[in-house]
Design a protein around this ligand. Structure first.
Ligand code: ADP
Ligand code: ADP
Ligand code: ZN
Length: 210
């Protein structure tokens, strides 16, 4: 099963992608995590992405299409995958189509803009594996340490309130149109994001028929 998770920054895409990976046994592909890793390793992709990411803007489509194309061709994606945070533009969606990547369901995690700031100020992410936590809604077992890999939890630079506002505006201007795009293909499934994590997960499993 090939899935796409759509939603505003902070909607819960990364959190749900991790849960779905465990339950469905297919990998989660987060372009945000891939780009942050590329930045840490100072690769060419990382250098191209840095300024856009730090300023809450989208990284150019050609960079994204390149890294996603390579990733979905890996053998562990043969039985399915979960795309978290990609596509984010119509050009990226068209590129997936053109590459022959078949999509079964597009789950849009719906959330109001006014809930997002509280989520972002409490978000902590693992500096090693990218896993997402929240100091109140989803705390790690030991403060500041990733449950999964023991990595140090950090605050993302682009979770600063001004940058979050920019990212939200970018979502409404460039990404939200994908809901109509996938609706026309009869693949769009809406899920309420403003409910406890496990309940949102059950709703996702239901709408994808898993
Ligand atoms: P969130 O879901 O909280 O917005 P992500 O980790 O998905 O965060 O993305 C963080 C940043 O990485 C984005 O603001 C953007 O700069 C870049 N990015 C991630 N995925 C894409 C993509 N598919 N297209 C363009 N830029 C992307
Ligand atoms: P995204 O990948 O869409 O940007 P995340 O999964 O990183 O979003 O979630 C953003 C923040 O909100 C994180 O701190 C996460 O722990 C928290 N969070 C995710 N889902 C929920 C939820 N259903 N209720 C409350 N907080 C949540
Ligand atoms: Zn970790």
């Amino acid at each position: 099963m090939n899935l796409i998770l759509l939603g505003a920054p902070g909607a819960g895409k990364g959190t749900q992608a991790e849960l779905l990976t465990k339950k469905l046994g297919i990998p989660a592909i987060s372009t945000g995590n891939m780009l942050r890793e590329a930045m840490r390793n100072e690769t060419e992709v990382g250098q191209k992405a840095k300024n856009y990411m730090d300023n809450g803007l989208l990284v150019p489509d050609d960079v994204i299409i390149g890294i996603v194309g390579e990733r979905v061709a890996q053998p562990d994606c043969a039985n399915g995958f979960i795309l978290d945070g990609v596509p984010r533009t119509v050009a990226q969606a068209d590129a997936l189509e053109k590459a022959g990547v078949k999509i079964d369901h597009v789950v849009s995690i719906e959330i109001d803009d006014n809930v997002i700031e509280a989520r972002m100020t409490g978000r902590r992410v693992c500096s090693k594996c990218g896993e997402s936590y929240h100091i109140v809604a989803n705390p790690p077992k030991a403060e500041g340490i990733c449950d999964d890999c023991g990595g140090e939890l950090v605050i993302r630079k682009d979770d600063a309130p001004e940058t979050v506002q920019r990212r939200l505006a970018v979502y409404h201007e460039e990404t939200e149109a994908l809901k109509g795009y996938y609706e026309r293909l009869d693949k769009l499934r809406l899920v309420q994001g403003n409910q406890p994590i496990e309940e949102a997960n059950r709703e996702i499993l239901r709408v994808i028929g898993a």
